[in-house]
Design a protein around this ligand. Sequence first.
Ligand SMILES: Nc1ncnc2c1ncn2[C@@H]1O[C@H](COP(=O)(O)OP(=O)(O)O)[C@@H](O)[C@H]1O
Ligand SMILES: [Mg+2]
Length: 418
Amino acid sequence: MISKFIEPKILKKDLEYRLDLKAERPRKRNSRLNPEVFRRSPYDSMYIYRIDDLASFAVFGLDVKITPTGEVKIIEVNGIRSGMKGFKEAGVQYEETPSVEDLRRRFPFQLDNDELWRYIKAEIDGKNSCDEALTTHINGLGDAPIAYIAARLIRAGQDPHRMEGWDAIIEQDMQDYLDFLSPYSKLIFNKDSMFSRELGNVHSGWESRYGHFAETLIGIEKILHDKLQADRFFDECRGIKPRTHEYTEENFQRLVQTEKPKYVVIKPHDGARGEGLIIVSATASPQERPAPTYGLVAEAFVPSKPIFSAKDGQYHDGCMRYVLFVEEGKRGEVNLSPFGGYWRLCPHPISEELNLDGMRANLAQGAIAEKVSPDDLRTVRTSIERDIPTFYKAVVQRANPEKAMAWLMNEYSKLEKR
Ligand SMILES: Nc1ncnc2c1ncn2[C@@H]1O[C@H](COP(=O)(O)OP(=O)(O)O)[C@@H](O)[C@H]1O
Ligand SMILES: [Mg+2]
């Protein structure tokens, strides 16, 4: 839902945030792809792409906590737009990136030029290797198919994050215009009515072969955008995520009785960057809480184990950002490629008291980015590898239009048999 009126303050914040993200990853404009590739059917192509073995894919930016008893809990699943600049802030490198020490060791002869090594180190530190590795992974699925999928996302008004080559399909000036208009134009104009719905001069084989990847991705993004809807797909692996409830008086009471939390989080179902989120005591009276209104959700507050920050020498409540590429093979098997994680530590140190700045960890709200210990990374990775395939399969069932239709028909046939 888009509200008719946006507060100028929020608008400004959002704009700054988006500009910052853009600065972080300049879009590749000069496609090496020949637009002629798209005039022919991909079925006649002699290339075999890695994507041809897949049924669907998505990018997940998970918000994850480790509780004082060592349990892993997913707080939120962000989609393809989830930012990765915290990796650089925390000084985290992609696990397969060699360190300067590694390079030095691997070098066939002694190179005692400290100046040069300092230069190499600065080069490595200046990169966001996790982000780069993810970009390489996505585009490595197949340059032309990814370009087509990216162009389809653009046509649907979505940003084709980290996907390259779309400029071979979408005309440059139209894209500049879209860039100029977005994101606020979406509130005013319907882009589809301003531009032709078709992508310029592309053989229809591209749509029949790769269009469903874009459709599914758009479907997944829609589900993830709504915290209440996304939560339902964890029903088969509930242990990894606190249940999200619609915030009503009755639900609040029931949550407090059955889950017995000390604190309850109340937040907008479609929120982002920690905005509009509040935390109340489980014993708070209705007068001490927001009035239940449409669009608010409630969750038991999951406390974090204390995490040490080297930046201020204190312990904090942390919520990790963990980035994954998820792919589904043709036979329904799900494979995960992790791209690492970093802690987002609440700006204030951890305490037993109710204090939003000690309990909410978003970079946009002043969280500190810190490296994660190998032990904690392993703990999180094990739980995620166990449960995310279950979650993903459930999401894809609904996100892919063809599968959603098959599901509906199946439900319908059950009704008929009754
Ligand atoms: N149920 C919860 N338990 C513990 N912390 C939470 C919970 N819900 C939100 N938070 C904290 O608030 C932050 C923002 O909440 P989140 O659900 O991720 O919304 P947003 O989309 O605004 O990032 C999280 O990173 C986490 O630190
Ligand atoms: Mg979040």
